[in-house]
Design a protein around this ligand. Structure first.
Ligand code: ZN
Length: 271
């Protein structure tokens, strides 16, 4: 078994809202180039993502939303209708081919899931993924389809495995949390800058799940200017205690790097 695989395609660059948009897939290309330059890859470490099918997207997303994304990407969705799906906003503008581009990012995370679940690799990384603000029927915060949520459903359906989701992005992992909010067979944990001033505003300690899912959503909001030692202390303590409690078969993580102190949109101070 390989220790790790890196899911990557130059086609990830097709997920581009517009030139000046802050969510820029150049970061994936730059990371790939840096890892190449550092000689971090062995032969066979880089794997090509597949595109998620509509049936796979529908494991989380509603049929009407998927259709709206397709129409928007083809320039055939009226603006007013788009807005009811969170499409065509300042954060998540419409762009040509958005359905195909977003399906590829989801497919990358499914490719990563397959590598781990079939025992071909111990770890798999898809830096094109992490679109944790996508909701069942609505785009939000740069995210169209929620690759993590789809992958969690996919892993359950195809491999019958129990998934623990851990999110260290500076923003609350709202789309994933609320997809599984009433379920006890998926556990979500999010470490993020407090929502008092930062998008999306949710992720408070008391958001613990509902109904059967009560006690299976964990939130660790951190104050602005939280630095490495405090962040790591919170992470190690909570992640190990929650893993011991939930006993997952597999862990899916979203590790958005915007908790870095240079990030222009957030206020954490990690290095
Ligand atoms: Zn973020």
């Amino acid at each position: 078994m390989r220790d790790s695989v890196f899911v990557y395609s130059p086609s990830y660059q097709t997920y581009q809202f517009h030139q000046d948009h802050p969510f820029n897939q150049q970061r994936v290309l730059l990371t790939y180039d840096l890892l190449q330059a550092a000689d971090a890859f062995d032969d066979g470490d880089i794997v090509t993502p597949r595109t998620a099918t509509k049936e796979e997207l529908a494991l989380v997303h509603t049929e009407d939303y998927i259709q709206a994304v397709e129409l928007a990407g083809a320039g055939r969705l009226p603006a007013a209708e788009g807005e009811s799906y969170g499409l065509g906003t300042e954060d998540t503008p419409v762009f040509a081919g958005m359905h195909e581009a977003a399906s590829l990012l989801v497919g990358g995370t499914l490719t990563a899931a397959d590598y781990v679940m079939t025992g071909q690799a111990r770890h798999a990384c898809n830096l094109g993924g992490g679109l944790h603000h996508g909701f069942r029927g609505r785009a939000s915060g740069f995210c169209i389809y929620n690759d993590s949520a789809v992958a969690i459903q996919y892993i359950q359906k195809n491999y019958g495995a129990k998934v623990l989701y851990i999110d260290t992005d500076a923003h609350h992992g709202d789309g994933v949390q609320f997809t599984f909010y009433d379920r006890s067979d998926v556990c979500t944990v999010s470490f993020h800058e407090t929502g008092r001033y930062l998008f999306p505003g949710t992720g408070q300690v008391l958001e613990k799940g509902s109904g059967q899912g009560y006690g299976y959503s964990f939130n660790i909001p951190l104050d602005a200017f939280t630095e490495d030692d405090s962040f790591l202390h919170a992470y190690k303590t909570a992640a190990s205690e929650i893993a011991a409690f939930f006993k997952p078969d597999v862990i899916l993580t979203q590790n958005g790097a915007d908790a870095h102190y240079y990030d222009p949109l957030t206020h954490l101070s990690n290095t």
